[in-house]
Design a protein around this ligand. Structure first.
Ligand SMILES: NC(=O)c1ccc[n+]([C@@H]2O[C@H](COP(=O)([O-])OP(=O)(O)OC[C@H]3O[C@@H](n4cnc5c(N)ncnc54)[C@H](OP(=O)(O)O)[C@@H]3O)[C@@H](O)[C@H]2O)c1
Length: 518
């Protein structure tokens, strides 16, 4: 059997990356780690990898944070045991950690450091983002939209180097049907377009900044201000045609970078819902509990037995190793034909559609039958059934409950600002169901024809080394033999409770019955 090393010799992608210096942001995150590991393992001939890492309280120094929070990750275990010398040498000789904040002009670096970095970078991969659906609007705008000005400035200063911007398929917002690899428009409040087809988002951003300023001036209590900025984000997103602040600000970011780079030297790569590795470096590796795993965990812990969903909708899940491969292919193409702007979707919807009902049945069945194998997920065999209810029915019932609680609060002379706990539970359930129903009641299918064509262009060796085609996934096998076990082993690492990471909500989100009981 041929090894990966044999194949490497004739890889077009590897040849194109040889001797190049890649700058990556977001490597303390999920996708960034998988990307870095893959580059070290399969593309070790790059000249260097520059990582922009912001310091945190525990590790103010970027290199210290790299060693403590990135290098110790179990994603590197495979390399540590199979090629320890390669890992050691690569880290010592080729990795440069730069302590910087990408939301600040020049990343907050001194002029000398900035120029030095610009002169030692051939491509910029921006994976940093706030993936919190309910982020405060000012924070989301800064990291998902405005920081792309700093990325564009850097790319220009470095000599018009190509940029790979990691976006999300869900920039489609409320657009329905087949979503192709092109620019999406708003379905809500109209935003004018220029002659190049780009939306006039400058006005939108300044209107948002205006509202943020007014909110900050009006709300003095810090906790209430956080709530107000979250609400503002969701309200504005919905007004323009998006279901949450995250996808809205990522769409604004796409527009900003497209315009700043004048439609050149740019690849926007949009993954769908990113989940555990399919095979590389090991099957099932995941960091934290992701958004769609909230359903799995809620079922395993019997917290929720009703969920709003459209059974026949296509839930779009893509293993993280396929996304990292998509990034590497995009980098290679950017070196081969640098002038164009491209949009790719790394997803499964069109290649290997998975219906919501099948997805939920497969994961729940695995947890119900083999619960004892997954002690970090389930403490006992789940007994209650998991029922998918129509979104309209669910929201209708919740609105009925909301009205009932409002009346009861008024009868009990509660002011509008001091809702009962029950009314708050209903409110938050309504908010969560409206955000998540876009994902669990999909009315769209993401298409990835262009990414498949890129994979074809790169040739057979690269299809083997950097697969991106979701068609090869056997969903039953993936969820039952790989993903649930991976989630139990890696997703729950160093965790004492089932609280979902930044990207999603607490699994303890109230169910219909809990809300009704409350
Ligand atoms: N995960 C998914 O399902 C999914 C789906 C579609 C698209 N994507 C896209 O894929 C990319 C990577 O996502 P992920 O899942 O790896 O996210 P993640 O695990 O949450 O990692 C986010 C990364 O962004 C960095 N970051 C966040 N705020 C920052 C700030 N203000 N300044 C500097 N860095 C900041 C984080 O650094 P710190 O550690 O310093 O906070 C971290 O390295 C994102 O662009 C996301 O939009 C993800």
């Amino acid at each position: 059997m041929k090894s990966v090393a044999d194949s490497i010799e004739t890889s077009k992608t590897r040849s194109l990356l040889k001797g190049k210096r890649v700058l990556i942001t977001g490597t303390t995150g999920f996708l960034g780690k998988v990307l870095l590991e893959k580059i070290i393992r399969v593309v070790p001939d790059v000249a260097g990898v520059n990582l922009i890492i912001r310091g945190n309280k525990k590790y103010p120094d970027a290199m210290d944070r790299f060693k403590a929070e990135i290098l110790t990750s179990s994603i590197f275990d495979h390399l540590r045991s199979t090629k320890p010398e390669l890992l050691k040498n690569f880290c010592e000789q080729k990795i440069q950690c730069i302590g910087g904040e990408i939301t600040e002009p020049a990343f907050g670096l001194s002029k000398t450091k900035y120029t030095e970095l610009a002169h030692s970078t051939d491509v910029f991969v921006n994976s940093a983002a706030s993936v919190n659906f309910q982020e405060e609007l000012d924070t989301a705008l800064l990291i998902n939209t405005l920081c792309l000005n700093n990325v564009a400035d850097f790319a220009i200063a470095a000599g018009d180097i190509p940029v790979i911007q990691i976006s999300t398929c869900y920039v489609n917002g409320f657009n329905e049907g087949v979503i192709k690899e092109g620019i999406c428009g708003p379905t809500g409040k109209r935003i004018p377009c220029d002659e190049n087809g780009y939306y006039d988002t400058e006005h939108v951003v300044s209107a948002l900044q205006n509202k943020i300023g007014k909110t900050k001036a009006a709300v003095k209590d810090s906790k209430q201000l956080v709530e107000a900025l979250i609400e503002l984000g969701l309200k504005e997103a919905s007004r323009y045609g998006w279901g949450d602040t995250y996808t809205f600000t990522k769409w604004l970011g796409e527009q900003l970078i497209l315009k700043r780079l004048k439609g050149k030297r740019l690849t926007i790569l949009r993954p769908s819902v990113v989940e555990s590795t399919l095979e590389s470096p090991i099957p099932g590796w995941i960091e934290g509990v992701k958004v769609s795993d909230a359903i799995l965990l809620a079922y395993a812990r019997q917290k929720v037995s009703f969920f709003p969903a459209r059974k026949a909708g296509i839930v779009d899940i893509i293993p993280v190793d396929l996304v990292a491969n998509g990034v590497i292919l995009s980098i290679a193409e950017a070196f081969e034909t640098p002038d164009d702007a491209r949009i790719y979707q790394c997803c499964s919807g069109s290649q290997n559609p998975l219906k919501v009902e099948r997805y939920v049945n497969v994961i729940c069945e695995e947890v119900r039958v083999n619960w004892a194998k997954y002690p970090n997920l389930a403490k006992k065999q789940p007994e209650k059934k998991f029922v998918l209810v129509n979104k309209k029915v669910f929201i209708g019932v919740m609105k009925g409950l909301k009205l009932a609680h409002s009346v009861s609060d008024i009868v009990r002379f509660k002011s509008l600002n001091t809702k009962s706990k029950a009314a708050k539970v209903v409110d938050s359930t309504l908010r969560l169901s409206s955000i998540y129903s876009l994902y669990t009641s999909p009315e769209y299918v993401f298409n990835s024809d262009k990414l498949m064509a890129l994979s074809d262009r790169m040739g057979e060796k690269d299809k083997e080394l950097f697969p991106v085609d979701a068609q090869k996934i056997d969903w039953e096998y993936y969820f039952q033999k790989i993903h649930v076990a991976g989630l139990n082993r890696y997703g729950m690492e160093d965790r004492t409770d089932a609280v979902v990471t930044k990207e999603s909500v607490k699994v303890e989100a109230p169910s219909l019955e809990e809300a009704a009981r409350a």
